[in-house]
Design a protein around this ligand. Sequence first.
Ligand SMILES: C[S@@+](CC[C@H](N)C(=O)[O-])C[C@H]1O[C@@H](n2cnc3c(N)ncnc32)[C@H](O)[C@@H]1O
Ligand code: SF4
Ligand code: SF4
Length: 347
Amino acid sequence: MKYNFHKSKLYQTLARVSEGSFARYLSFHLHQLFQKLNKYPNDIVIETASVCNLNCTICRSVKAELGRKNRFMSLAIFKKIIDDIAPICNTIGVSFCGEPLLNRDIFQIIRYASDRGMCVSMLTNGVLLNADARMGILDSGLNFMAISMDGATKHTYESIRIGGSFDTLVENIRLLVKERNQRKLPHPSIDLQMVITQKNIHEVDAFAKLARGLGVERAYLKSLHIDRSREDVDYVKNLEKDYFVNSTTLPARYMIDKKGNLELKDKGLCPQKVKTPVITTDGKVLPCCFDIFGEHVLGDIANQRFLDIWNSSKYINFRRNLAKHRRLPMCANCLPSDYKTINKILF
Ligand SMILES: C[S@@+](CC[C@H](N)C(=O)[O-])C[C@H]1O[C@@H](n2cnc3c(N)ncnc32)[C@H](O)[C@@H]1O
Ligand code: SF4
Ligand code: SF4
């Protein structure tokens, strides 16, 4: 695990040096230190789309009425956010409850943040990475891309990622890696990830082999999250019964208690130290990516500056009392405190 971390860091360093932007690399890390010292957010997730082209069996966000006013974040609001947060945070993600590649401004969105020295990452289902989208991504300055691939065969993948085409995805990834390498671009670094469930547990080795063959930088397994912050008996029961893997060797954030209920393995303090806010397509500021229903709105970027929201008594109270001590339903289900140990890096 450590090796992979260093490999990834080394990759970034070499990428930036070879790009002739070592000064930028140095300034990036000094900025991160500044963020830490000043207790600013570690990174900020900006939801660029709250709708999806797939309907994955494990994903709750597409099964719920999220109630967002805008399904896509506009370029104008995005620019306002970036201008606002640039002095205090230089790491952003552009995915939350939907598929970012559905936003027709996504490449300009990434370019805008990248031109302001931000490190930008994207989580995507990758299905829409056709020739135009690949060119858009490679021209955008995106630093990291993680592609969700919950199976190593057509049957398994398509029975979990409903609406996705395994063959199309594999070809998209193969061409993205090839075109990036042909253009000698240092990024995006490309990862493949699989949420481990009963449905794909037999394909772990095949997944690693497939990922290696595609030439991506990393492949890893993620643990299943079962959101129980709201009543939805069918969703929860289905995931508990047919998807959850009770394992000590594979990623699992829950264990089964004496009464047979799923419990987080360790319920210490907030794993993200309440320092990873989300801004939704309609500009609402949420405490973290587990608030998929947007129940804990701490401010609105449409009429407030980010730092005013971050320093408001509402946010301070949330950080101190609610999240830190896991007093909310979503906090009881999210991640163990030492969550970094539960993902398994395959290479
Ligand atoms: C909600 S998706 C949004 C980005 C994009 N649509 C995608 O699928 O990558 C973000 C990530 O959440 C993961 N995910 C969805 N449902 C999950 C669950 N129940 N447990 C763990 N991860 C889940 C997806 O596999 C994906 O990696
Ligand atoms: S592609 Fe992503 S957002 Fe869409 S349903 Fe699947 S996991 Fe959810
Ligand atoms: S759900 Fe609660 S404990 Fe978990 S990351 Fe979010 S704020 Fe922290």
